[in-house]
Design a protein around this ligand. Structure first.
Ligand SMILES: NC(=O)NCCC(=O)O
Ligand SMILES: [Zn+2]
Ligand SMILES: [Zn+2]
Length: 470
């Protein structure tokens, strides 16, 4: 089965050019003039569209338990939403429990995703402790499971938070095994103290979520993680960076030659702390950890994306219904489940606010929403690339369409849109996952369950047609 995408403008992380793309079965089989491709079974016209490699979202939480409830969007609704937004690969966080085998946690995540995912996916593995049992299991996590990134939480005291010894040992072990360590960098002990103080004063509204998680707590934890990484001679990826204090730490460490990468998310680029003050408990819709920051941090984040101080955009998709789930924290902000719905709007917001407003170039857009994450997480050039042999994960993006983001038009299960009313330019008109059209002109035409699990290469290695075991 041969398909051709004709008349589009191909945009990669490095180049922009006119060419047609030949797809044979699941792969890109040629790039050039359709006239040279011979007989094809199907032609897709991309006139007026950019042809991007499918988005790679390195940070999602689907079907994840949190604060006594479970995210509203699961692997089916979440990945369909992702596909509508032009994302064709996600890496979700597999939570682990202390004292329980890692293998069991991984199996739980396979059970949640297999047969449901509409796009390809992989997992990062949470490390909450570094025991003899964990140490014994890690080599197999890398070489058999194909999971080559570990996540350590420096916050959420008494829930997910790991101590510095665990972080340091994880960094050392990751270096030895070829994994990338990811951190949620906030000082959980300081936040715990400030939270208790606020509650004792009767400060229970959503805004106190932000006020008890100051930028200093993020800056300090980010700096600590960077220092420990340099000491271990390891590699680090800081998730959801929100503020100038954290950016400064990452930039400084990189200047010193440390192997450190930083991600931010659309919400921190376009929303600010004032949203948490909305009346009638509406502020709860904007409760993320780390929290939204005062507006002045947005310029720092955009500048860091432009100049390379931050390198990726994850969604941190973690949705909870406003009516039945966020409401758990009506009388106590600490009980509001953290997170929001972004997986679908991630690329449109970054295109519209970034490229259209001249903050980043078109090629940078592809790099930060797709290619860089594919490289860092061992999936390139299979994912994140338009090249012969790569998976035919492609987005035909029409930049001329103007639309309004809304709960009434999004495709997630959750009952609100954090970007309600926001005007964006551009829409993914057609989306292909491994050569199959899954989104076309506003309809999902794929099959849930067609997404497959990607076993990833070790940190710094490439992944081509078949997994490379090095
Ligand atoms: N970010 C957030 O508020 N929720 C998801 C969990 C996490 O990434 O910390
Ligand atoms: Zn986090
Ligand atoms: Zn997250």
């Amino acid at each position: 089965m041969k398909k051709v995408i004709k008349n589009g403008t191909i945009v990669t992380a490095s180049d922009t050019y006119q060419a047609d793309v030949l797809i044979e079965n699941e792969k890109i089989a040629g790039i050039g003039s359709a006239a040279t491709f011979g007989h094809v079974d199907d032609t897709i016209d991309a006139t007026g569209c950019f042809v991007f490699p499918g988005g790679v979202d390195p940070h999602t939480h689907l079907d994840m338990p949190f604060g006594g409830t479970v995210t509203k969007d699961n692997f089916e609704t979440g990945t369909i939403g992702a596909a509508f937004g032009g994302t064709t690969t996600i890496v979700d966080f597999c939570l682990t429990e202390k004292g329980k085998p890692l293998k069991k946690a991984i199996q739980t995540w396979h059970d949640k995703s297999a047969g449901k995912a509409a796009i390809d996916y992989s997992f990062h593995l949470m490390i909450g402790e570094m025991t003899e049992d964990v140490l014994k299991e890690l080599p197999s996590v890398i070489s058999n499971e194909g999971i080559t990134s570990f996540k350590v939480f420096m916050a959420y005291k008494n829930v997910f938070q790991a101590d510095d010894a665990t972080l340091f040992e994880t960094l050392i072990k990751a270096k030895e095994l070829g994994a990338l360590v990811m951190v949620h960098a906030e000082n959980g002990d300081v936040i715990d103290y400030l939270t208790k103080q606020a509650l004792a004063k009767g400060q229970t509204d959503p805004i106190y979520h932000a006020l008890t998680r100051p930028v200093e707590a993020e800056g300090e934890a980010t700096g600590r993680a960077c220092q420990l990484t340099a000491l271990a001679g390891s590699q680090l990826y800081v998730v959801h960076v929100t503020c100038a204090e954290a950016v400064k730490q990452i930039e400084e460490a990189r200047k010193q030659g440390a192997d450190i990468w930083g991600e931010t998310c659309p919400q921190y680029l376009v929303l600010d702390e004032e949203a948490l003050r909305k009346a009638d408990f509406e502020g709860a819709k904007y409760v993320w950890s780390p929290p939204l920051r005062p507006k002045e941090h947005q310029d720092t984040l955009w500048n860091a994306l432009k100049t390379g101080g931050l390198q990726t955009i994850g969604s941190d998709q973690c949705s909870f219904d406003f009516d039945s789930q966020k409401s758990l924290g009506k009388d106590d902000f600490t009980k509001i489940p953290n997170g929001g719905p972004i997986i679908e709007d991630r690329m449109s917001i970054v295109y519209s606010e970034g490229v259209e407003k001249g903050r980043i170039s078109l090629n940078q857009f592809v790099d930060i929403t797709s290619t860089r994450a594919a490289k860092l997480f061992g999936m390139y050039p299979k994912k994140g690339s338009i090249s012969v042999g790569a998976d035919a994960d492609l987005v035909l993006f029409d930049p001329s369409v103007e639309r309004t983001l809304s709960v009434t038009s999004h495709h997630l299960a959750v009952d609100y849109n954090a970007f309600e009313g926001m005007q964006v330019k551009g829409v993914p008109r057609t989306v292909l996952s491994r050569g199959q059209v899954i989104i076309h002109n506003g309809s999902y035409v794929g099959l849930p369950g067609d997404g497959v699990f990607i076993k990833r290469a070790r940190y710094g290695n490439t992944l081509s047609n078949d997994r490379v075991e090095l």
